[in-house]
Design a protein around this ligand. Structure first.
Ligand SMILES: Nc1ncnc2c1ncn2[C@@H]1O[C@H](COP(=O)(O)OP(=O)(O)OP(=O)(O)O)[C@@H](O)[C@H]1O
Ligand SMILES: [Mg+2]
Length: 500
């Protein structure tokens, strides 16, 4: 690959007040190359991508696109020049239609005498969606009414209005169901065969290795190494990323269902609603119960239903003593915590500070003499848990909106840990989390179990389901299909056949 790089970045630095997000990063990506970008949460991956895609401006450094100076003013400008990006968080405008999102900034072509021809706009948008292989999203729908997955696909279509020369995918695939993921992988392969390039960000090292030709590693905003095709050893990538050796197996190492009583702590009886059809189980004290399924199996809805966030058509959720749990308010009062898969919109008050978010469910516990909450107590609680989870932040007063994706996830977990919950419903608890912190989260789960607390872990990642659960329930098309007990001999294949 001795030709001119598609993109060349030179000495890029970027700070956000006192946070140095990037320091002197230089790298080149060549035509037809699929480059992976990895690094711990907060290491600067999204910041670098945002600079290349015109969403942010660097403080220092220069860029070249096909050897020509390149300094995009906006993301629209970048996409006109051939660089487009799927962002890590929401990248669509919620209040306008899917079609309007796809052609945002390009509406002119659908205007005549100052009037917008919505019909033509919708038809063109539909064609573009079909081009990427999606036929079931109505283009006239206001984006707010679409699911996270659908919105992401709208973003993908927007990026392919013009075939990008450089396509940046920031930590998107883990949020997509299998079908959406396959669409993206397919598009990436197509781009490669046409000599176009991709910058691909993921915390899933196996996925990254499968998709990418080469990998660049960032640590604390600095470029540590770029590994070529024959150097991409997972263990090497992990230790370069974290700056120390990482244990190969970070799951539980016991294979008996130890520490688990027979006492039920939560009863889920004949739950139906939405996609969920007659699901029942009893969660025991000290148990980690894994719920495995494809992301469109209904298992994410199940978590929300148990927490009282989604209405039930029939069935009942109750504590061991019979107390019903039917609203989030009841759930929280009864020491149930819930971490949603979509942390930005459902699990945190994004514009509030880190401290406010962490202490929110604990305000009752912090009251002294039944009335007063001292600022000191709030701060101590937030400090304790942000410390344990190694949250990368400036201070506790920083707005959650400014945190990197994985660090937002940690705040959501801190919130329920700090509140002393007894039951945790964790929906994709390690999505977007770097391997170092993943290790810490698994340790915390084991610790919670040892304290007699119970966890329902909903996850698409079978290794963590097998690695951590005492018991596993598979969900397919809204129904529970099989139950497995923890065992050394359990394999992904055993489980998959009951999921698909
Ligand atoms: N708008 C902002 N204001 C303040 N700080 C910011 C802002 N955006 C990013 N940062 C900080 O810059 C650093 C790098 O963040 P970035 O989002 O690039 O990390 P990342 O590698 O993408 O992490 P993750 O894997 O968690 O997504 C972090 O410390 C983050 O808190
Ligand atoms: Mg990021």
């Amino acid at each position: 690959m001795m030709n001119t790089p598609v993109i060349e970045v030179n000495g890029i630095s970027k700070s956000f007040s006192s946070t140095k997000a990037l320091t002197g990063v230089s790298m080149s990506v060549f035509p037809g190359e699929i480059r992976g970008l990895i690094g711990e949460n907060g290491s600067g991956k999204s910041t670098l991508s945002a600079i290349i895609s015109g969403n942010l401006k660097a403080d220092e450094g220069t860029m070249k696109l096909f050897g020509e100076p390149y300094a995009p003013q906006t993301s629209f400008d970048a996409s006109e020049k051939g660089v487009s990006m799927i962002v890590q968080e929401q990248g669509t405008i919620a209040t306008i239609t899917a079609a309007a999102n796809i052609f945002a900034g390009r509406e002119k072509q659908f205007c005549k005498f100052g009037l917008l021809n919505s019909k033509a706009l919708n038809t063109e948008a539909q064609k573009l969606m079909e081009k990427i292989g999606v036929t079931d999203i109505p283009m006239e729908t206001v984006v707010r009414f679409l699911s996270f997955e659908e919105r992401k696909l709208v973003e993908v279509a927007r990026s392919f209005y013009k075939t990008p020369e450089l396509f940046i995918v920031d930590e998107t695939t883990t949020a997509l169901p299998r079908k959406g993921r396959e669409i993206l992988y397919g598009l990436i392969r197509q781009l490669k065969t046409r000599g176009k390039s991709v910058l691909f960000i993921s915390h899933d090292i196996e996925e990254l290795n499968g998709v990418c030709d080469t990998v660049t590693i960032l640590r604390d905003g600095k470029l540590i190494a770029t590994l070529g095709e024959n150097e991409k050893d997972p263990q090497k990538m992990k230790s370069l990323m974290v700056g120390r050796e990482v244990t190969a197996n970070y799951y539980r190492d016991d294979f008996e269902c130890t520490g688990m009583g027979e006492d039920p702590i939560l009863k889920v009886e004949s739950l139906s609603g939405g996609q969920i059809d007659n699901v029942s189980f009893i969660l025991k004290k000290g148990e980690i119960l894994g719920i495995a399924g494809l992301s469109d199996s209904g298992m994410h809805e199940l978590g929300k239903m148990i927490f009282g966030l989604l209405p039930l058509e029939s069935g009942r959720v109750s504590l061991a003593d019979g107390t019903p749990v039917d609203t989030p308010h009841h759930a929280i009062r009864n020491k149930i915590g819930f971490m949603s898969k979509n942390r930005d919109t459902e699990s945190m008050l994004i514009s509030m500070s880190i401290q406010d978010n962490v202490v929110l469910p604990s305000l009752d516990n912090l009251k002294k003499f039944g009335f007063f909450i001292t600022p000191g107590a709030e701060k101590a609680l937030a400090k304790e848990w942000c410390g344990k989870l190694n949250v990368k932040m400036r201070d506790l007063g920083q707005s959650c909106a400014e945190l990197s994706g994985g660090n937002k996830q940690k705040i959501v977990l801190a919130k329920w840990l700090g509140n002393g919950s007894d039951i945790f419903i964790l929906d994709c608890p390690t999505r977007g989390i770097d391997i170092g912190v993943k290790e810490a989260i698994y340790d915390i789960m084991e610790d919670l179990k040892k304290q007699g607390k119970s966890i329902i872990m909903i996850s698409e990642e079978l290794p963590e389901i097998i690695g951590m659960s005492d018991r596993i329930i598979t969900i397919k098309d809204g129904k529970s299909t099989r139950e497995f007990r923890r065992s050394r001999s359990l394999t992904e294949q055993d489980i998959i056949q009951y999921m698909i």
